[in-house]
Design a protein. Structure first.
Length: 68
């Protein structure tokens, strides 16, 4: 009897898939200690980043049923 593939909870919390199947994530360095960060850097950190396409299949596998 084979075990089911479990969802990787860390990936589930950090990454979500767009409608086209791309993996989106929030960039690091956005939560605290932003007083010393320049306004330009803070502005760029507001956006969600897109994970490299070569990593997307691994992320889909880690997400399990949440990658549908």
């Amino acid at each position: 009897m084979s075990a089911k593939m479990k969802t990787h909870k860390g990936v589930k919390k950090r990454i979500r898939l767009s409608a086209n199947g791309k993996a989106k994530h929030r960039p690091c360095g956005t939560s605290h200690r932003n007083v010393r960060v320049s306004a330009k850097r803070k502005r760029k950190l507001r956006r969600t980043g897109v994970v490299a396409e070569c990593m997307t299949p691994k992320i889909r596998r880690a997400l399990g049923k949440y990658s549908l």
